[in-house]
Ligand binder design. Structure first.
Ligand code: ATP
Length: 868
């Protein structure tokens, strides 16, 4: 078994030897063998609560306590039927809560798996990307700024490397790292030659040898990273939970007063009065609400995941639905990030390059020797091209892949050994590599033209700036390449400034994504402003923005412009400008803050380590799943599995849908509860016969309250969802409109149920029949209300609206069948005290439901009309 002790204190070569590894990494077979031996590189998971515990946790609820007390009292009074019905309610509630919670937890853990980290390793001398769980001791891992270290690593090679190791050492300032061995007894934080699993690389680049994986790592040993199980909640759900709790408390208090009043003042029979009060309490408390809201969230999380948007922090699901500005990257998000070099310009002339994709086949026109610039493009490069039976793919940065393809078309011998490198950093915008080949030692530099041209000797700066500008205006991404003969085996950084020979400019096309163009238009219709924030050249940015269809493409603010503005000026400017070019990550943070200062709710994308503060600050921070760093993903609320702008628009749509569905659940539940309980309270206070017996109301509550409400969690996106402006930031959900709806529907319920009840009594029907009619009326009203609530943005009177979803119809059919059973089956009649309803009266009940539906639909149309 390959094992090593104290790798931090031994020279790197010793470590390689001890782990039987070479500089080219392991072979695929050896890696597989070691994986079988050492096991997956994964930390033991915290065990979630077991099913038994989860089931019993369902009983921990005010309503259930009330019901259990009621069951005991009714049993003491020997009202066995009541006791059984109450216990059935308790059990059904617990079962449904249990199943829903299980579904929600499963949804969340499936999503956690989608975010499994990946690592770049050398296997068989080639750089490949693997799931971090498959790393084994002896693997050579390539690390760059923003990565989360996938295993314990002994550094073989490091440049400007620093890591933040707070989870292990508590030290929040990044520690500099290097290859030199550390003293054997140095504490963890001082073992500078190691990178520890789970820590974050804040800058630099490195190559490290895996010395320990899984539980054998330092973090595994201290049992760290015990990521707590995330609570399935958002501010809104927490708010409603709180509200439901207070409401329950108030209802119980009112119930106790009612009981005292009924017994002492009204001189009602205690046991009957007690059952009535229990029924009122149960019908008034919106017990199912928090559970249904949770399932709505879980379904929303799944729907987003299906659309490639992975929710990392649940509150984001609410936030993303309310955004009014989306700040997005350009490359890979709005564009395809499938680059091709199409234009080259050297002091010798202008050239066009043909060919498709990353295949190194194509022509240079007019024919010329571009060997020097091609060598620079190929050697100052970290990517690799793979030929998969004619289909060429890139490992690494697609732009660098395109440069490799170009080099393959232009030059023959590109072999050279790398001696030193300065990695690309979006702050200095260039990269340099020193190699040794047939033509000796050369340092090649590539980067943003403004930066690289300044480093070159003897060139006409103005002319080349103009040329770069001209290429950018065509929407090309432009890079300048330069070189310098070197004598030593390290890059002489001081000599780079002003000491380079200019080799030429290359222009790469990166076509816009067609779906991004559509998505930008959709956002516009939804009142959401899309802004592009890019590190690219202003000219390129503006050209792409125009093709994508951003609103204002006339003005561009660059990072330098932003630096000149103070916060107040910036807040003014950001309103109107949609393109920000040559920006740094610090600018992103200022932009988010400036937009928020104007009361806007901002979504911001990011991929690098330095984007983390802006992602945290944004209302919805969005990281790129493919090209994003782990640091960005950890800071983000949402991760895009496909890096695609269209996915952001889809997430907004889903976010709005979830919010609407939460609102629908609330708008359906509260009036239902209010209506049900008011029917009983009014009858009781008026000293009339109750329109429903206590057992009947428990029944209605049991079967409808939970089933019908849950159906709303599955509602698909309404057609008008992306046709109206975003809801204001922090808009309360219990709005005036909602309160009005609760009052209106509760009153209509009251009128309809009492109306039918008195009609039945007037016709001389026995009390049991009148009560059965009243109960069925209530259920029919609830079903009609459900169909009404499904459409809050438009009319419910379309075929699509009436057709509904499978869930809605299943629930409606089940409930209708249940109502027929309790009304017409003799055994059920015995339990619930019901009486067969004549056919004509059955029709009348449905007609009353339809009339109720018509009334509230007309009221909605008037309300929507007034709003327009
Ligand atoms: P976008 O917002 O469009 O994604 P970006 O974030 O890719 O832009 P940066 O990565 O910051 O922008 O790059 C900024 C500039 O740095 C590029 O326009 C290019 O000129 C240069 N550049 C990018 N990558 C490299 C690289 N690997 N080597 C050299 N120069 C690079």
């Amino acid at each position: 078994m390959a094992m090593i002790h104290d790798p931090h204190a031994r020279p790197a070569v010793d470590c390689l030897e001890a782990l039987e590894a070479g500089p080219d990494g392991l072979s695929a077979e050896e890696a597989a063998r070691r994986l079988a031996e050492h096991g997956p590189n994964r930390l033991a998971e915290v065990r979630a609560r077991g099913p038994v515990l989860r089931f019993f946790a369902q009983f921990h609820n005010v309503l259930i306590y009330v019901l259990l007390v009621a069951a005991i009292v009714t049993a003491a009074l020997q009202h066995w039927v009541d006791t059984c019905v109450i216990l059935a309610v308790v059990l059904a509630n617990a079962m449904i809560g249990f199943i829903q919670e299980g579904k929600a937890e499963a949804a969340m853990s499936a999503i956690r798996d989608m975010l499994a980290p990946r690592a770049s390793v050398l296997r068989d001398g080639r750089r490949i990307t693997v799931d971090s769980v498959s790393l084994v001791p002896g693997d050579i891992v390539l690390i760059e700024a923003g990565d989360k270290v996938p295993a314990d690593l002994r550094l073989l090679d490091a440049r400007g490397l620093a890591a933040q190791e707070a989870i292990l050492t508590g030290e929040s300032v990044p520690v500099e790292k290097g290859v030199a061995p550390a003293p054997v007894d140095a504490p963890l934080g001082d073992r500078r030659s190691m990178l520890w699993s789970g820590t974050l690389v804040t800058q630099g680049a490195a190559r490290g040898l895996v010395t320990a994986t899984g539980q054998a790592t330092e973090i595994g040993r201290i049992g760290g990273l015990l990521a707590g199980v995330e609570q399935l909640t958002t501010p809104l759900v927490a708010q409603m939970d709180h509200f439901a709790r207070w409401l329950s408390f108030l209802i119980l208090l009112a119930g106790a007063l009612l009981l005292a009043w009924g017994y002492f003042v009204g001189h009602h029979d205690f046991s009957e009065m007690f059952m009535t009060v229990v029924a009122i309490a149960v019908s008034a408390i919106p017990e199912g609400l928090p559970a249904v809201m949770t399932i709505t969230l879980a379904i929303g999380v799944q729907a987003m995941a299906r659309r490639n948007a992975i929710v990392r922090r649940l509150p984001a699901i609410e936030a993303i639905g309310s955004v009014s500005v989306i700040c997005t990257d350009k490359t890979g998000t709005l564009t395809r990030n499938e680059m091709v070099v199409t234009a080259v310009e050297t002091p010798a002339g202008r050239f066009t390059v043909t060919g498709e994709g990353y295949a190194p086949v194509g022509e240079i026109m007019p024919e010329a020797d571009l060997g020097a610039i091609a060598r620079a493009a190929a050697l100052c490069n970290d990517a690799a091209l793979h030929d998969r039976s004619g289909h060429w793919t890139v490992e690494g940065d697609p732009m660098e892949g395109a440069l490799l393809a170009f080099a393959g078309k232009a030059a023959g011998d590109l072999e050279a050994r790398r001696l030193d490198a300065i990695p690309f950093d979006s702050r200095h915008r260039f990269m340099a590599v020193l190699t040794e080949g047939a033509s000796g030692r050369v340092t090649h530099v590539k980067g943003a033209p403004e930066r690289v041209l300044r480093m070159c000797a003897d060139i006409d700066l103005d002319r080349w700036h103009d040329r770069a500008e001209a290429m950018a205006r065509q929407g090309l991404r432009v890079l300048a390449l330069a070189g310098r003969d070197e004598t030593g085996d390290r890059i002489d950084e001081a000599a780079l400034e002003g000491g380079l020979t200019f080799l030429g400019l290359v222009g790469l096309i990166d076509p816009p994504r067609p779906e991004a163009i559509e998505a930008v238009a959709e956002c516009r219709a939804a009142g959401i402003r899309v802004k592009m924030i890019t590190g690219d050249h202003a000219g390129t940015a503006a050209a792409i923005a125009a093709r994508i269809g951003l609103q204002n493409t006339a003005r561009v603010l660059t990072g330098a412009d932003i630096d000149k503005l103070d916060d107040a000026q910036l807040a003014l400017e950001v309103t109107d400008v949609d393109i920000f070019a040559r920006t740094s990550p610090e600018d992103k943070l200022r932009l988010v803050t400036a937009l928020q200062a104007g009361g806007r709710s901002v979504a911001m994308t990011g991929d690098g380590v330095n984007d983390a503060p802006a992602l945290k600050r944004a209302d919805a921070g969005i990281a790129m799943g493919l090209k994003g760093s782990e640091a960005a993903k950890e800071a983000a609320d949402l991760v895009l599995a496909d890096d695609n702008f269209a996915t952001i628009a889809a997430a907004v749509r889903e976010g709005r849908t979830v919010y609407d569905n939460l609102k629908k659940v609330i708008s359906w539940t509260l009036p239902t509860n209010a209506g049900e309980s008011m029917v009983l309270i009014v009858a009781l206070l008026a000293g009339m016969a109750l329109p429903m017996t206590a057992v009947q109301i428990l029944w209605v509550n049991l079967i409808t309250g939970i089933t019908l409400g849950v159906a709303l969690a599955f509602e698909p996106t309404e057609p008008g969802t992306m046709a109206h402006p975003p809801r204001p930031r922090h808009a309360p959900i219990l709005s005036g409109e909602l309160v009005w709806h609760v009052v209106l529907v509760a009153l209509l319920f009251l009128a309809a149920v009492f109306g039918m009840f008195s009609y039945a009594l007037d016709r001389g029907y026995p009390l049991a029949l009148a009560q059965t009619i009243a109960m069925n009326t209530l259920v029919v009203l609830e079903i009609f209300h459900l169909f009404f609530i499904r459409n809050i943005h438009g009319t419910s009177l379309t075929w699509a609206a009436a057709r509904g979803t499978r869930v809605v119809w299943t629930v409606v059919i089940v409930i209708t069948a249940a109502q027929f059973a309790v009304t017409y089956l003799p055994t059920m009649q015995g339990v619930l005290g019901t009486y067969p309803v004549p056919f004509r009266d059955g029709l009348l009940i449905v007609a009353v439901g339809a009339a109720f539906f018509a009334l509230i639909e007309i009221e909605k149309q008037i309300r929507l009309g007034l709003r327009r």
